[in-house]
Every structure is written in structure tokens, then in C-alpha cells.
Design a protein around this ligand. Structure first.
Ligand SMILES: [Zn+2]
Length: 192
């Protein structure tokens, strides 16, 4: 969403997000899951609404810790549907809970959510959407697209001339190094 570069200027909540999070890579399961949940919450609404409700959403969803959310039952769904500070949509809430369970399941099979993303990078937009639909629920193509762009797994987060691109490039470089270290450590573990 390269329009966001101009839009975020002069809007403090958005400027902070634009300058420090939008398009930046992450290997943190909680960060990835929070973003996936925010993209689901956004469906049919504006990013402005979701970002302004981010704090309330985090409070309501136990900081988007996948273990916590995966364990939610009917009582939690009822609590969330009563919470006027968040986006009260049963289908979205149930999808976020189900996706938390899917994230937990990834821990055993593919080196976690981050490992799964890294293993499938790069691929086309269409192929990503197909992959996400096999793995998660409530995956409209816009949700998948925005999620991936948000971590620079698909291009287009920022305008070509945006000052943040350089910061992101350095962050990807750092992440590339730690991913490599992680791969070496995993190999050592197997050899021992
Ligand atoms: Zn930008």
C-alpha cells in the first residue's frame, strides 16, 4: 500500500507505524500473528480503524499470544462479542482463534510460522494466496497480500522514493544474518 507513505504524514499513529513497522521483516511469532489478526479485523473496514483499536485489540486478545488465543472457548467468544472497544464480528473472532491453533500446529512441522514463511519465500502473489488458504482460515486475497507486503515478503509496501526503504533494507540484511545463524544452529543440533 504505497499510498500509505503520503497518507501517514501528519497522522501520528500512522506515521509511527509507517516509519517503524510497515514493511519491516520479523521472525517473531507474536508479531506475525498479531498482524495476521489485524488484517482479518480490517476486512471490509479501514486500516485507520484497526490501528486506532490496536491497543484495545491487544488487551482483549491477551497480547495476541497464540497459546492464549488458541485456548479460547465459548466464554471468551462471548466476552469478545460484548467488548465495544474492539471490532465485534463473530466470524472474524472465530477465524483469529482458529488461526492461533494453526500457528501452534506449525511449531512442530515447519520451524514455526516464521520458518514456514521463510521456507516458501519468494513466490508469486497468487501462489502465496493459495498457500495461505491451505494453511489458515478467512484468507481473502487482500488479507494475504497486505500481510505479506507488511513484512516485505511481497513488494510494494512503500513508494520507491520513501525514506523508510533504506531502513527496511538494513533490517532485512540483519534478519538474513540471524536466519543463517539459526539454520547453522539447527544443523549442529541434528549432527549432535
Ligand atoms: Zn513509505
Amino acid at each position: 500500500m504505497s499510498w500509505y507513505c503520503a497518507y501517514s504524514r501528519g497522522r501520528p499513529v500512522h506515521a509511527r507505524y509507517h516509519d517503524n513497522e510497515h514493511g519491516f521483516p520479523s521472525s517473531d511469532e507474536k508479531v506475525l500473528f498479531e498482524r495476521l489478526a489485524m488484517e482479518i479485523m480490517q476486512a471490509g473496514l479501514s486500516w485507520d480503524i484497526v490501528l486506532k483499536k490496536r491497543k484495545a485489540l491487544n488487551l482483549a486478545f491477551d497480547g495476541f499470544r497464540p497459546d492464549k488465543v488458541a485456548a479460547y472457548g465459548a466464554r471468551d467468544i462471548a466476552r469478545l462479542l460484548r467488548d465495544s472497544s474492539i471490532i465485534r464480528n463473530r466470524r472474524k473472532i472465530e477465524a483469529i482463534i482458529e488461526n492461533a491453533r494453526r500457528v501452534l500446529a506449525m511449531r512442530d512441522t515447519c520451524g514455526g510460522f516464521a520458518g514456514w514463511l521463510a521456507a516458501h519465500y519468494p513466490r508469486s502473489r497468487v501462489a502465496w494466496v493459495k498457500l495461505f488458504r491451505e494453511r489458515f482460515v478467512f484468507m481473502g486475497s487482500e488479507i494475504v497480500n497486505e500481510f505479506l507486503m507488511g513484512f516485505s515478503l511481497l513488494p510494494g509496501a512503500h513508494r520507491k522514493d520513501c525514506h523508510v526503504n533504506e531502513k527496511i533494507r538494513r533490517a532485512i540484511e540483519r534478519k538474513g544474518r540471524s536466519d543463517k545463524i539459526c539454520a547453522i544452529m539447527k544443523k549442529d543440533k541434528r549432527n549432535n
